[in-house]
Design a protein around this ligand. Structure first.
Ligand code: DC
Length: 232
């Protein structure tokens, strides 16, 4: 009897709007893995900081806040739901205000330390698709498969803008592109865990790719890697 393939940790990193969430969710579904959206954790903490009027540069207060906060990601019918200290904040963490706040608090090394420890706990058993900015480089440098997903800034801005439009947020395409460029800059230039492509990551450019195509490609790579690691 052949043993079932090994359950991998699949790390998907990339800039805002590259399609990470759609890809990670779909790959998890196809492989029967757990999906973990680490950006949602930074967003949930940022929402709490905004509510408590803690400034994004109040470094120590933010680290204390991170220690005192419970963030749960639960897979439910219709998608993942995000709970902040038991309260469902799935919708609230997706506003432009929280996006900006999350990218500002994510530069804080102490905050990252707390959230990275949570992420390692969530993924250590394998059978997980985890998406973020530093999953393949910092959280799980030994992940069985690392994907670096990219797309042009214009295409990423358009995707984000459509999402906002569907929700009824009043924001125009030009402003969305400016915000994306600003967040890219912050994600790329921060000293602690900047967005980098791990050297052993497979680069997937989703500019002209359908989400389903990208998902099939990643599943194919995952099946190949799971077989290879079982044989060694
Ligand atoms: O993926 P997202 O846009 O939901 O992430 C929100 C912010 O959190 C984003 O500006 C970058 C930050 N982030 C991070 O620094 N590290 C991660 N692993 C995930 C997100």
């Amino acid at each position: 009897m052949t043993a079932p393939p090994k359950k991998l940790i699949i790390a998907i990193d990339g800039p805002v709007g590259s399609g990470k969430s759609t890809l990670a969710r779909r790959v998890a579904e196809m492989l029967g893995y757990v999906y973990v959206d680490t950006g949602a954790m930074y967003r949930a903490l940022a929402l709490k900081a905004v509510r408590q009027k803690i400034a994004p540069d109040a470094a120590d207060a933010l680290v204390t806040l991170a220690h005192d906060t419970r963030i749960d990601l639960r897979a439910e019918e219709g998608g993942q739901r995000v709970f902040l200290d038991g309260e469902d904040v799935t919708m609230e963490i997706r506003t432009p205000e929280v996006s900006q706040a999350a990218s500002k608090i994510a530069v804080n090394p102490g905050v990252r330390q707390v959230l990275v420890a949570e992420q390692r706990r969530a993924g250590q058993q394998g059978g997980v698709v985890m998406e973020g900015r530093d999953i393949g480089s910092v959280v799980f440098p030994d992940a069985g498969l690392k994907i670096f997903l990219t797309a042009s800034p214009e295409v990423r801005a358009e995707r984000r803008w459509r999402e906002h439009e569907q929700k009824g947020d009043a924001i125009d395409l030009k402003t969305t592109l400016e915000e994306i460029r600003e967040r890219d800059r912050r994600d790329l230039e921060r000293t602690t865990s900047p967005l980098v492509r791990a050297r052993d990551a497979v680069v997937v450019d989703s500019t002209a790719m359908e989400p389903e195509e990208a998902a099939r490609l990643v599943v194919m790579l995952a099946n190949g890697n799971a077989t290879a690691s079982k044989a060694t």
